[in-house]
Design a protein around this ligand. Structure first.
Ligand code: SAH
Length: 329
């Protein structure tokens, strides 16, 4: 919901300022509509429902995986695709994967979003509305900016959304921003005060390979990006999670694991190996055996690594896939 519009509408109606807090509190607790806001006078509810769309996003498509993962494709008022995912785990974790942009201006070769045309930055309201959609279905408690787009290229709106997420049940400690390594954004994240987790999509242990699969590496090479992550660690004292998507025959060899381990200080970095979700790109995901071997080599060389659980594969839940499929057909 456009909260600025809510505030001006309430002001113009001569309402006291606590009405804003009441309306937002209902939203953040997952109210289904204006009608549900029973401590607002009925005429005010009617005024608000006339003046303000309940969400800035329209649901275009919803897919539910057999593992319970829910993926939604939304559209903005100007017809831009936006996707978000809810993953539920047995330990009670209910984790949202949110988009920061419609499409992405970068073009990482393995990523489905990178093959779409870039649309635009999402507003803070469009980011929060993704989360509110799932909040209306039940509790939410974790969030990662790993949907469409590069959050560091829209950091002001991402951080404005992060100011509101705690009201929905998602604290900043349980929020992670994932970046291709946009160094100025990493420094900006270090300079603000919320304890938001930093995740870096590294995907290669050296510049030659990284530039091949992530063109952004020519602009911000590995040494520069890791220096920014180190500054973030010094400022915020939170480890950086390294994301490493496992591509068969590309970045999954023994020597590459050794090189990766040598690059990273285990006190500051933890590695998350990501099984590749096939997207119709030229890449194949590494086999389970290759991923396990890579993990063992990292551990033997002194750095912790986990393997991410694969979720929602049957509903094309990889970054950009639902929107790319919808656009294709
Ligand atoms: N632009 C940001 C956030 C969006 S992508 C970033 O790159 O970090 C979130 C993560 O999903 C990134 O690590 C990205 O490399 C990874 N990813 C993209 N396509 C994928 C696929 N098909 N399978 C698995 N992970 C993928």
């Amino acid at each position: 919901m456009d909260l600025e519009l809510l505030r001006t509408t309430l002001d113009q109606a001569g309402e006291p300022s606590y009405r804003f807090d009441q309306a937002w509190a209902w939203q953040a607790r997952g109210a289904a509509d204006w009608e549900a806001m029973s401590d607002l006078p009925a005429p005010l509810r009617a005024t608000l429902s006339e003046a303000i769309p309940f969400s800035t996003l329209k649901v275009e498509n919803e897919a539910v995986s057999k593992d319970g993962t829910i993926k939604v494709l939304f559209s903005t008022h100007d017809g831009r695709p936006v996707e978000a995912v809810l993953m539920s785990y047995r330990d009670g974790r209910r984790s949202l994967c949110l988009s920061s942009q419609s499409g992405c201006p970068l073009s990482c070769t393995f990523c489905a979003t990178g093959t779409m045309k870039f649309g635009r930055n999402l507003t803070a309201a469009e980011i929060v509305d993704q989360a509110l959609h799932f909040r209306r279905l039940g509790d939410v408690n974790h969030c990662v900016f790993m949907g469409m787009g590069e959050p560091m290229m829209n950091l002001d709106n991402v951080l404005a959304a992060c100011e509101l997420l705690p009201d929905l049940g998602i604290t900043s400690r349980r929020t992670a921003i994932s970046t291709v390594g946009w160094a100025p954004g990493i420094d900006a994240l270090a300079a603000q005060s919320r304890p938001i987790r930093l995740a870096l999509s590294l995907h290669a242990p050296n510049d030659a390979l990284r530039s091949e699969i992530m063109a952004v590496n020519d602009r911000y090479p590995i040494a520069e990006v890791l220096a920014a992550c180190d500054r973030h660690y010094e400022a915020r004292r939170r480890m950086t999670f390294i994301e490493y998507v496992m591509l068969a025959g590309v970045n999954d060899r023994y020597e590459q694991a050794v090189e990766l381990a040598a690059l990273l200080d285990p006190k500051r970095y933890k590695i998350n190996l990501i099984p590749y979700n096939p997207t119709g790109s030229p890449y194949d995901g590494s086999s389970r055996a290759a991923i396990d071997a890579f993990q063992r080599t990292l551990e033997a060389n002194g750095i912790g690594a986990t393997v991410r659980l694969t979720r929602g594969q049957d509903i094309a839940a990889a970054c950009g896939q639902l929107a790319a499929n919808a656009l294709a057909g």
